[in-house]
Design a binder for this molecule. Structure first.
Ligand SMILES: *Cc1c(COP(=O)(O)O)cnc(C)c1O
Length: 453
């Protein structure tokens, strides 16, 4: 009964996979926030290093991974893939359940896969400081770690509610040498504007992005880094799925269903895109399901239209599924999923019905996460619990239908810094929460951005 499928360093992918090369419909171009005309890559030059801007727009199917990046990946890659035999037994399901475990990275999630690449390209182009935002603190920790590896300063705007709920994430970032501010701050015009309207704002990823972008735009030695949503971020994450394909081959089966939690789309893309390539180019029929919170359901209840990536409206307009950039999600504990929009590539794939999405309510997710931890021993990040809840639904469906299904999911991070959230769950303080149709309609009605045909 094999549980663990392990690769060696030579199996670390040497190229990233760019799904744009295989998409039947290309994503629409980003628009200038003022003129609403399509913008070229040079509009991003104040914020990102040249190499990353090129990756943002490249049509190439494969992009080489620099040797120094592969070398840093060896600190924790290849990551293990497991078969969840105990969970299968607990659910009494004929389904085979596998998971790729990204929690073995130094900061505890999949995020270093892109943080390392981004810090490397910034360092190579002489950038002195990187600013960023973080929600749950996973991205801030990952970027702080990566900046320490390549000798760059890191300044993090952390969503205030997470800063308060998760002081240890902040201390981890400090340990890696980063400066961390609870956002909204009065250090930026964007932050001041929000605080003037709501001095007790719990913050949101959208607000924190506005602050970090503003800092980078005003300093030539400072660039900005984003931990999700953008094409180059999704590209870097494809090391996950490429390894998983080799590991599923070792296990002697291929998944029928792939599940990943969904914030902006990076861990979903990372696991799913290399498998989706088999659908797009080799006639495979693997279902890929994105699991999002019912409190922030952009894929299942948002609108496909142009919207800003941040709250204040400083980023280019991106064609995506969105709840509106003014949407402030309820303070659920899956902080990494509290974002109003979805990446451009994943949005186009959903529009073309090449992937699926499900929204899950937080109590079901915690129940699933605790079941998983008891059975398999690993405490999942609250974000990952969304995937586990979807997997359990699929495994129960397989049981009812008496069908053997092979399910693979992304256990994209551990929950060792999230025990406060588990404590709230055990003390029955977590509420069932679902955003209302009125709240969504109200948020979307504030947009005056283009809606593509
Ligand atoms: C950031 C994060 C997410 C959400 O971001 P994606 O870009 O959608 O992957 C999910 N899970 C964990 C553990 C995270 O750190």
């Amino acid at each position: 009964m094999q549980r663990k499928f392990t690769l060696t360093e030579k199996d670390i992918p040497r190229q990233y996979y760019n799904i744009i090369a295989d998409m039947p419909n290309q994503p629409l171009p980003p628009l200038h926030p003022g003129t609403k005309e399509p913008i070229g890559p040079d509009a991003l030059a104040p914020l990102f290093p040249e190499a990353l801007i090129q990756q943002e727009v490249t049509p190439d199917r494969f992009v080489d991974i620099p040797e120094e990046v592969v070398d840093t990946y060896t600190m924790y890659r290849p990551t293990p893939l497991y078969r969840a035999h105990n969970l299968e037994k607990l659910l009494d399901t004929p389904a085979h359940i596998y998971f790729k475990y990204e929690g073995v990275s130094p900061s505890g999630s999949h995020k270093p896969n892109t943080a390392i690449a981004q810090a490397y390209y910034n360092a190579k182009e002489g950038v002195k400081r990187i600013t960023t935002e973080t929600g749950a603190g996973q991205w801030g920790s990952a970027l702080s770690f990566a900046c320490a590896q390549f000798g760059i300063e890191c300044e993090v705007f952390m969503v205030k509610i997470s800063y308060e709920q998760k002081p240890y994430r902040k201390l981890l970032m400090n340990t890696y040498g980063a400066t961390v501010h609870p956002s909204p701050t009065s250090l930026t015009e964007a932050g001041k504007k929000i605080l003037a309207e709501d001095p007790d704002s719990p913050g949101s990823l959208g607000i924190a992005i506005s602050e970090a972008v503003e800092r980078a735009a005003n300093d030539p030695d400072t660039k900005y880094a984003l931990g999700s949503v953008l094409n180059h971020v999704l590209l870097h994450q494809t090391v996950v799925g490429q390894e998983a394909i080799k590991q599923m081959e070792m296990a002697g089966e291929m998944p029928d269903v792939i599940v990943a939690p969904f914030g902006g789309g990076s861990n979903f893309a990372g696991l799913a895109f290399p498998f989706l390539r088999l659908n797009l180019t080799e006639g495979a029929h693997i279902r890929c399901i994105a699991s999002e919170p019912a409190s922030c359901p952009k894929l299942t209840r948002g609108q496909f239209r142009y919207d800003f990536g941040d709250t204040v409206g400083m980023t280019p307009l991106l064609p995506m599924y969105t709840l509106g950039h003014n949407f402030v999600p309820a303070p659920i504990h899956a902080g990494g999923l509290r974002y109003h929009g979805a990446g451009v590539i994943v949005s186009q794939l959903l529009k073309d019905q090449l992937i699926e999405a499900q929204a899950l309510e937080q109590l079901e997710c915690f129940e699933a996460g605790v079941q998983f931890a008891k059975a398999e021993g690993i405490l999942p990040a609250p974000e990952a619990n969304h995937a586990i809840a979807t997997v359990i639904r699929e495994a129960n469906k397989a049981k009812e239908a008496g069908e053997q299904k092979t399910i693979l999911f992304n256990l994209c991070g551990h929950g060792h810094f999230d025990l406060g959230a588990y404590e709230s769950y055990y003390q029955k303080q977590l509420q069932r929460h679902e955003v209302t149709a009125e709240e969504i309609a109200h948020s979307l009605s504030q947009l005056d951005t283009p809606v593509p045909a």
